[in-house]
Design a protein around this ligand. Sequence first.
Ligand code: DGY
Length: 314
Amino acid sequence: MTQQVYLPDDIPAVGKKILTDAGFDVIVGSGRDRDVMKKEGSNANAVLIGTQPFDADIMDAMPNLKVIARNGVGYDAVDVEAATERGIYVVNTPKALSDSVAETAVLELLAISKNLYQDSKAIYDDNWKYRKTHPGRDVAGKTVGILGFGRIGQQVAKKLSGFDVNVIAYDPFAKSTDTVEIVDRDTIFKTSDYVMVHLPALPETEHSIGTAEFKMMKNDAYLINLARGIIIVESELVDALKNGDIAGAALDVFEAEPLPVTDELVSLENVLLTPHIASNTIETNARMAVDATQDIVRVLHGDQPNSAVNRLDD
Ligand code: DGY
C-alpha cells in the first residue's frame, strides 16, 4: 500500500515534490487543532509538524506512524520518550535555519536599541515629536552576552562581528574562540548590555530566567529572546520591565502562542514583540522543507535519518 505523509500545515512545493517523487501520498491538512490532526492523520506513516504539541495521545491516533518530522530545530513540544517507546523516529532540521534566526536576532537587537517600532508607529499616530523624548542607543562599544553558544548563538556572534561590540557567551559545552569569551552564567547577566537567549527548551532551562536574573542585569540592559518563551518567567519579566530593572526586551517567542492581544506585554512601550518569525523566511522555509522531507523519505524507505533526536533499538 502507498505510504502516506500528513502535513497539518502546507509546506513549500520543493518539499512536497520530494515526497511525491518518492512515491508517497501527501495529505495536506487543515491546521493544528488536536482533534483535526488525529482525524486527518489517522492513516499517516509520517507527519511533518510545526511547534504544536505532539503527545502520546496524538501518536496513538496515528498507529502507522514511523517518523515525526519537526519543521525546525526545537522539539520541546514533541513527547520524544513516547515516540521512542512506540518505535517512532523524531527528526528535526537544525542546519536549515541558523542564518535566518541569527539575522532576526541581530535585527531585534538593533530595532529595540533604536526604538524602531515605537518611532515608526509615531508617524502613523501623527506624533513626529515622539523621537525627541525617546532617543535610541548606540550598539557600538557595548557588551553582548549570548546564552547558549550552539549553532545559532555562534551565528549571532559572527553576524555581530562588524558592529564593534564585545561578545561573551555562556554555554557549559562550548570553549572560548578568538573573538568570543566563554564566561560563567552570572557574568552574562551582570555585565551584558544585551542578553540574548539562544538556549534549547529543556527541563533545566525552563523558567530559568526570572526576577533573580533581571535584578542582576544592568538597568539599561535589554533582554532578547528568540529561543522559547518557556525559558523566561514572563510575569517576572513584565515586572522587571515595569520597575525599570531592565531597559527593554525584544521577544519573538512567548509562554503562550499566539500571544493574546490582552497580554500585559502588549501594553508596554519598552518591548518589541514579533510573532515567532525568526526562521520564517522564504529561503529557510524551503531549506527546512527539504531537510525534513528527505529524512521522512529515508525513514519510510527503511534507512537511517540524518537528523534524528532519538535512537530506536533495532
Ligand atoms: C524552531 O525551529 O524551533 C523555530 O522556533 C521555529 O519553529
